[in-house]
Design a binder for this molecule. Structure first.
Ligand code: AMP
Ligand code: GLY
Length: 436
């Protein structure tokens, strides 16, 4: 069948590679894609929010399945758009409708959902402009640091963690009264700070059954030792060594199963990925307990670049089972090896960065996988930087140090003016293994 993948990042390149490898895929289109996705299929010049254009393309090109990479079109209702049109109703859309996408689109909805279904998460309260004073008072009842979250989508920037009470109160005012994050911060969730170690777990669900994909950890800050400005993600590893069987059992029992059941109970027909951002907190008995920090309604980036290479099953078969509601009959088989991904970024990122630099050394990489993110090809076929996160390299090995070493060697081989990467991806996990 013909398949259309929506998106243009490293995540989409990693998903495209698996779709292209499926025996069920005849032609893969990627809208808009990047220079790397052309290795897997045909790029189509359509914007991810151009639902009319996407619908027309699907009809004209006999596309039977649409896989949605990023959250914005999901929150904006791309799946509902397809369901509402006679000609598009039967197209298999992998990604939730807008009602399910609220899990990511509204932090307040997500928190209320977790409360309704008794899913472990930080205690919280939500405030708006008219309750600013109450919000500032509520802050005085909490211990620092203070966690303020814009309710809506804020391109990953809507969470503030602040040490000083006065500053937190000032920021709350800026978010609510001055719309610091635009309409996204017209409601603000204030929540209890959880101290622990973060990781992500990914779930594929047909709305009733689910498969838990491998765990992963990403590295959000620009600087080594996880310092400096927040980024889209500077690297990832999968699996997360401390997310052992006992921990994953807690994740399934306390979080994944009640989440899928909760969606069903609330008549939310959810078909797609759920990305559960978790904090592993040390409990009274010394073991790790998972708490939900956030839900996303898509795969993570750059987590996908270490999770997807480990999927051995045919992903298109899994997606068909998602659409048909029989995911319980499908098999998910996972490569036991560890995958490590290192992101290479443009000079200046995550602030204003250089663009259009020639990327050299790609042909010298003989082992491992290169996933493109912000790249484009010029008229002469030369690949140029075209984004802050330019590309990432993923290696697989029997253990984490070996996978990391291979990826760092690959990263060093690929060069452009001002290219940057973190050398310490995964080091915190190795340290933890040694210490325990
Ligand atoms: P979010 O967009 O909700 O994932 O938040 C962004 C980042 O803020 C997370 O990746 C965490 O590092 C941090 N964070 C969010 N909520 C909390 C919390 N309740 N306690 C501690 N850290 C948090
Ligand atoms: N890596 C975090 C995200 O995709 O939101």
């Amino acid at each position: 069948m013909n398949i259309l993948l929506i998106g243009s990042g490293g995540r989409e390149h990693a998903i495209a590679a698996k779709i292209a490898a499926s025996k069920k895929c005849s032609q893969l289109y990627i809208a808009p894609g990047n220079a790397g996705t052309t290795e897997c299929g045909t790029n189509v010049n359509l914007k991810v929010d151009d639902f009319e254009g996407i619908g027309k393309f699907v009809v004209d090109n006999d596309v039977k399945m649409v896989v949605v990479g990023p959250e914005a079109p999901l929150v904006a209702g791309i799946a509902d758009f397809f369901a509402s049109k006679e000609q598009l109703r039967n197209i298999m859309v992998i990604g939730p409708r807008a009602d399910g996408a609220r899990l990511e689109g509204s932090k307040d909805f997500a928190k209320q959902f977790m409360q309704r279904h008794r899913i472990p998460t930080a205690a919280y309260k939500t405030f708006n402009k008219s309750t600013l004073k109450e919000g500032q008072k509520f802050l005085t009842t909490l211990k620092p640091p203070f966690v303020l979250k814009a309710d809506g989508l804020a391109a990953g920037k809507g969470v503030l963690i602040i040490e000083k009470l006065k500053e937190a109160q000032k920021e709350l005012k800026a978010m609510l009264e001055e719309e610091k994050f635009g309409a996204a911060s017209s409601n603000v969730v204030i929540e209890e700070y959880l101290s622990g170690i973060e990781l992500s777990v990914f779930v594929l669900t047909d709305g009733k059954h689910y498969k838990i994909l491998p765990s992963a950890k990403d590295y959000k800050r620009i600087g080594e030792g996880d310092t400096g400005l927040n980024t889209g993600g500077m690297g990832s590893v999968s699996p997360v060594p401390f997310a052992d069987k006992a921990f994953m059992q807690k994740v399934e029992q306390r979080i994944v199963a009640p989440t899928v059941k909760g969606l069903q109970k609330e008549n939310i027909n959810y078909k797609g990925f759920i990305f559960v951002g978790l904090m592993a907190v040390t409990g009274a008995d010394g073991s790790l307990d998972p708490y939900v920090i956030e839900y996303n309604v898509r795969m993570g980036d750059p987590e996908t670049e270490s999770v997807f290479p480990r999927i051995k099953s045919d992903v298109v078969e899994l997606f068909e089972a998602v659409w048909n509601g029989n995911l319980n009959t499908a098999t998910l088989s996972i490569d036991e090896r560890t995958a490590a991904c290192v992101m290479l970024t443009a000079e200046g990122y995550p602030e204003s960065y250089r663009k259009g630099d020639a990327i050299n050394g790609l042909e010298k990489v003989k082992e491992g996988i290169i996933f493109h993110a912000g790249t484009k090809m010029n008229d002469k076929g030369k690949i140029l930087t075209n984004g802050g996160r330019v590309l990432c390299v993923t290696s697989m090995a029997d253990n984490l140090p070996a996978a990391l070493l291979k990826s760092l060697q690959m990263a060093e081989t690929i060069k452009w003016k001002g290219r940057y990467y973190r050398h310490d991806i995964g080091q915190d996990l190795l340290k933890r293994i040694i210490e325990n």
